[in-house]
Write a protein of this length. Structure first.
Length: 153
């Protein structure tokens, strides 16, 4: 269901042909990099956080880690990731397949500066065995991101 929703979302931008579905899991950065055949840093992981007015998604490079001070300066609250149980309910995608495409209404998406090292990145596509190859301008457009931010180390 979440995969289909993400696929339909990407179809609006003519990007559905870029979706890759794997016979193996791509639920972690390492597994996704292995499945795609790229370095882990190029996997665009989508992190979900609880904020005062709901939840947000931060898409960052696979090797990036959230810097708590930068996060607090950006969002004026401590970084609190959604629990395993909350992720699908709040974002529309389950753990291992969270992506910025076809998310529930009201979920804001931000892209982290850590991605800007790359021309192309590979975010998940709504399931734990999928990814999509996108340029940064395509990711920016398809994700409907609020802004580029700097919250990672």
């Amino acid at each position: 269901m979440a995969f289909e929703k993400a696929k339909e979302h990407l179809k609006k931008f003519g990007l559905e042909e870029r979706i890759m579905v794997f016979d193996t899991s791509s639920a972690t950065v390492e597994l996704a990099a292995e499945a795609v055949g790229c370095e882990p840093a190029r996997i665009a992981k989508t992190l979900s956080f609880l904020v005062e007015d709901g939840c947000i998604l931060v898409v960052a490079a696979g090797d990036a880690r959230v810097d708590n001070k930068k996060y607090k300066a950006q969002f004026h609250t401590k970084a609190k990731m959604l629990s395993f149980e909350e992720v699908e309910e709040r974002t529309g995608h389950g753990v291992g397949g969270v992506c910025p495409f076809g998310v529930k209404e009201g979920v804001k998406v931000y892209l982290d500066e850590s991605l800007k090292r790359f021309e192309r990145v590979y975010p998940a596509c709504g399931s734990s065995n999928s990814a999509v190859e996108l340029t940064l301008p395509e990711l920016e457009q398809a994700s409907g991101c609020e802004a580029w931010i700097d919250v990672c180390k």
